[in-house]
Design a protein around this ligand. Structure first.
Ligand SMILES: Cc1cc2nc3c(=O)[nH]c(=O)nc-3n(C[C@H](O)[C@H](O)[C@H](O)COP(=O)(O)OP(=O)(O)OC[C@H]3O[C@@H](n4cnc5c(N)ncnc54)[C@H](O)[C@@H]3O)c2cc1C
Length: 422
């Protein structure tokens, strides 16, 4: 996390001004040998998963649970979960607007709940619910359509009046509220806890991890990954490189339509007078979301106008953006100081329709792409892992309809777009 400029420390949102910081990723040159004792890199493996974030870890875990031997996870960082996973907000919700995103969440939330039990609470799973709010007629129509779809798929979502909103979140300004929905089984997890619980369980089941090792390219004939410490021959490669999946795919000549954008989060100092658990509250009209974080609140907002970037430094301009919006439904936060040590940014790898890609290209059926999860990769991690496992063990996925996540959909008309993008 980048430190904040001293001039903005402790100021209320309305007093803050813009700036930016730059970060970059580098792909190094390759060497080749028969294996590396220093990093634990084997010379061959049945499946190589590139990326030890929530997606790669869940892929490895589901593969091992299905009895697939010889699974290796490679990451250029020195431990698991240090990429986007470490920067997530920690929300999990089934309140999406397309069937595939809803069922991916349902599957994953249940598996995260099980992992929470299995890991003696490491996952930090809390069913506090998600509350969506809108004050416009168009917003009400969209919310009703989503609510009907969610309920048709078995998600227990309530349609709330203003009085119902006040009951769940008395601090929300319901003036002009047109509609709201609430799902009690949505909630929060601890992203670091998820990464450590996933990697511990995957390791316990025999997954091998190779850290401090970058995959430089993926090559055919026979399939192999070329790393900074040498090659690994393999039968399958899973691209779970998160924001860098596009660069990795390109090394094998595959064009992944994934654009990476910086997303910021900021936390306030202590807010007195609000006790107990509160839902994740989403103002659909401004895009601002809030949840409790310690004694204060976390504020999120994904500006659809943000340009592509791989900068992970916190952008102080974000504070202007939320200052202009947070008062719409959450005026109680307008004059609360921001905590300078609790502001950070990370990367959303986004596809044009805000659905992930879980598919292998026809010309390289052994190179499975599992990327483009935007801001919902933790809440879709187990489903992605299950889907990839079935592609490897059965050559097709039967648990989910992966058609909406196919690689070549972007050239076809009639895209199904996810609109509940936070
Ligand atoms: C600000 C923010 C808030 C978010 N909030 C939520 C949320 O509330 N809920 C939710 O579900 N999701 C959220 N997300 C998204 C979530 O963090 C990710 O989708 C999820 O963690 C899955 O990430 P990943 O495994 O795809 O990528 P990452 O966690 O980035 O993992 C990819 C890994 O691949 C490695 N890698 C990349 N290229 C190479 C290479 N060439 N060689 C070796 N290793 C490589 C990286 O080092 C990295 O560790 C948020 C993200 C951000 C940035």
């Amino acid at each position: 996390m980048e430190p904040l400029d001293a001039s903005i420390r402790g100021l209320p949102l309305s007093k803050l001004r813009a700036g930016s910081l730059i970060a970059s990723a580098v792909i190094r040159t390759l060497t080749s040998d028969a294996g590396s004792a220093a990093t634990g890199r084997p010379a061959r493996a049945r499946v190589v998963v590139v990326g030890a974030g929530a997606i790669g870890l869940a892929v490895a875990l589901q593969l091992r649970r299905a009895g697939v031997d010889d699974v290796v996870v490679i990451d250029r960082n020195s431990s698991a979960g240090m990429g986007s996973t470490s920067r997530a907000n920690g929300g999990v919700r089934a309140q999406f607007t397309t069937p595939v995103n809803i069922v991916f969440s349902q599957f994953t939330i249940e598996k995260l709940r099980e992992l929470h039990e299995l890991s003696a609470g490491h996952v930090g799973f809390k069913r506090v619910g998600y509350l969506f709010l809108t004050g416009s007629d168009a917003g009400e129509v969209a919310l009703r359509r989503a609510w009907e779809l969610q309920r048709s798929l078995g998600v227990d979502v309530e349609w709330l009046s203003a009085a119902g909103v006040i009951e769940k979140a008395p601090f929300v300004d319901v003036d002009g509220l047109a509609a709201a929905t609430f799902c009690a089984s949505d909630g929060l997890i601890d992203p670091h806890g998820v990464a450590s619980a996933l990697s511990a369980e995957a390791r316990r089941l025999g997954t091998r991890f190779v850290f401090d090792t970058e995959v430089v390219s993926v090559a055919a004939g026979p399939p192999r990954v070329r790393t900074t410490t040498g090659d690994i021959e393999t039968e399958f490669v899973v691209n779970a490189a998160g924001p860098f999946a596009c660069a990795l795919a390109a090394t094998a000549g595959i064009d992944l339509p994934v654009v990476t954008r910086r997303r910021n989060l900021a936390c306030t100092e202590r807010v007195p007078g609000i006790a107990g658990d509160i839902p994740m509250c989403v103002d659909n009209d401004t895009g601002v979301l809030i949840r409790r974080e310690g004694a204060g609140f976390l504020i999120g907002f994904s500006d659809p106008g943000d340009p592509p970037s791989t900068d992970t430094g916190f952008d102080p301009a974000f504070l202007d953006a939320i200052a202009a919006r947070v008062g719409n439904r959450f005026p109680f936060l307008e004059d609360v100081p921001i905590s300078p040590r609790k502001c950070w940014a990370g990367l959303y790898p986004e596809t044009p329709d805000h659905h992930a890609i879980v598919d292998a290209p026809a010309q390289l059926p052994w190179f499975i792409q599992c990327a483009g999860f935007g801001g919902h990769g933790i809440m879709h991690s187990f489903a992605a892992g299950q889907a990839v496992t079935e592609l490897i063990t059965e050559s097709r996925c039967t648990t989910f309809d992966l058609h909406p996540l196919r690689l070549n959909r972007f050239d076809e008309p009639g895209a199904m777009v996810e609109t509940a993008v936070l």
